[in-house]
Design a protein around this ligand. Structure first.
Ligand code: PLP
Length: 394
């Protein structure tokens, strides 16, 4: 007999995947250009040209070294280069020994959860959240996820709501800024209040409460917004990073876990992250893309199109009466649906071939996620359809 919960996970596609498949079916009927698929967070901006140049330069080198295994934690010179880059940008003093290279942020998170989870532990997740957290925490690490309801007025952190969910069982709190799905960037004030709360709870419970900072959108911000670097606010932080969005390399699967030396029990924690990677069978992160990440430090894809798309969609939808917190980063808009039942609303949107994801999937009912990492023309052509949809509610 197979593990029934794994079979259930494999059989039950996420709503996002369902929508994606539905979009493909509709495209065969009405034409690809008439399906407005805002479901997936797949960057539409190409990787910067330097990535291609780096691949060519690496390909000209020794193929055995290029494609061979690296150390489990990643090639030492690559890790040092990435640590130097963090130090330059955030005034830190890390060495490569604080970094563990991974198969994207998903693996970084899975390693962090598994490294920490002991019997009876709870991981606190703030809604709206990336739905896979629940999978990684519960099915992957065998721990319990505790959800904090969203602060829908600004999608910052409500410290009182968070405090109510913290307990002696809390092993870590997971945050994600810039946020998928709200696009919110946690302000410096939010970070300070969060750090104060967690520090006081660490004292009260007499054990560390780690902050797992999931940062695949770190560089994707607009209007000069600064993303506070979380370890500079709270010592017991573990950073999970990925190049999937910043370099538009989601299929190449490259990212890292950063365990800063300031974090409680950091040497043990780093060993546990390596152990988790081993237990999960990751062996090492893709060796070619370890080298590409090192060659492309400080670069991003051209983010201008995301800003254009955000402005077009935000201005267009709010003018029609949709209510929405203006996102400061990532490439998602998270407006309120025009009826409380977000699933019913998203079903109705399909009538116009508008594919948007119900907020319930992210722990925030009454909302929809619109991924705007699409061609600007798609947004231009979709806006009249959002207007027709809104007319149904007037
Ligand atoms: N965390 C968040 C918030 C995400 O949105 C995603 C991907 O969309 C991931 C993690 C996983 O990223 P990766 O593709 O690097 O595994």
């Amino acid at each position: 007999m197979v593990n029934p919960s794994m079979a259930a996970l494999g059989n039950n596609r996420s709503t996002i995947r369902e929508l994606f498949e539905y979009g493909n079916q509709r495209a065969a009927v009405v034409g690809r250009e008439n399906v407005f698929d805002f479901s997936l967070g797949n960057p539409n901006v190409p990787a910067p040209d330097e990535v291609r140049q780096a691949i060519l330069a690496e390909a000209a080198g020794d193929p055995v070294a290029l494609h061979g295994y690296t150390s489990a934690q990643g090639a030492a010179d690559v890790r040092q280069t990435l640590a130097d880059d963090l130090n330059r940008r955030f005034g830190t003093a890390y060495t490569g020994d604080s970094l563990y290279l991974t198969v994207g942020a998903a693996a970084a998170l899975s390693c962090a959860f598994k490294a920490l989870a002991c019997q009876g532990d709870e991981f606190v997740v703030l809604a709206p959240y990336f739905p896979e957290y629940l999978m990684f925490i519960e099915s992957g690490a065998g721990a319990k996820a505790v959800i904090v309801p969203p602060s829908v007025e600004d999608f910052q952190i409500n410290p009182d709501a968070l405090e109510q969910r913290l307990s002696a069982h809390t092993k870590a709190v997971v945050i994600n800024s810039p946020n998928n799905p709200s696009g919110a960037v946690y302000s410096e004030q939010t970070m300070r209040r969060l750090a104060e709360l967690l520090q006081s709870k660490e004292k009260e419970y007499g054990h560390p409460i780690y902050l797992i900072s999931d940062e695949p959108y770190r560089e994707l911000v607009f209007d000069g917004v600064q993303v506070p670097f979380v370890p500079n606010y709270y010592d017991d932080t573990i950073v999970c990073y990925s190049y999937s969005k910043s370099l538009s390399l989601p299929g190449e699967r490259i990212g890292y876990v950063l365990v800063p030396p300031q974090a409680a029990d950091s040497a043990e924690l780093y060993a546990a992250v390596c152990g988790a990677g081993r237990a999960l069978g990751y062996v090492c992160a893709p060796s070619l893309f370890q080298r590409i990440a090192a060659r492309c430090t400080g670069l991003t894809g051209d983010l201008a199109v995301y800003k254009t798309n955000r402005d077009l969609l935000f201005d267009g939808l709010t003018a029609m009466g949709y209510r929405c917190v203006k996102p400061a980063g990532a490439f998602y808009l998270f407006p309120q649906t025009l009826e409380p039942d977000d699933r019913a609303f998203c079903e109705r949107a399909k009538k116009y071939d508008l594919l948007v994801v119900p907020g319930t999937d992210f722990g925030a009912s009454g909302h929809m996620r619109i991924s705007y990492c699409v061609a600007t023309e798609t947004i231009r052509r979709a806006l009249p359809l959002f207007e027709k949809l809104a007319e149904e509610y007037r």
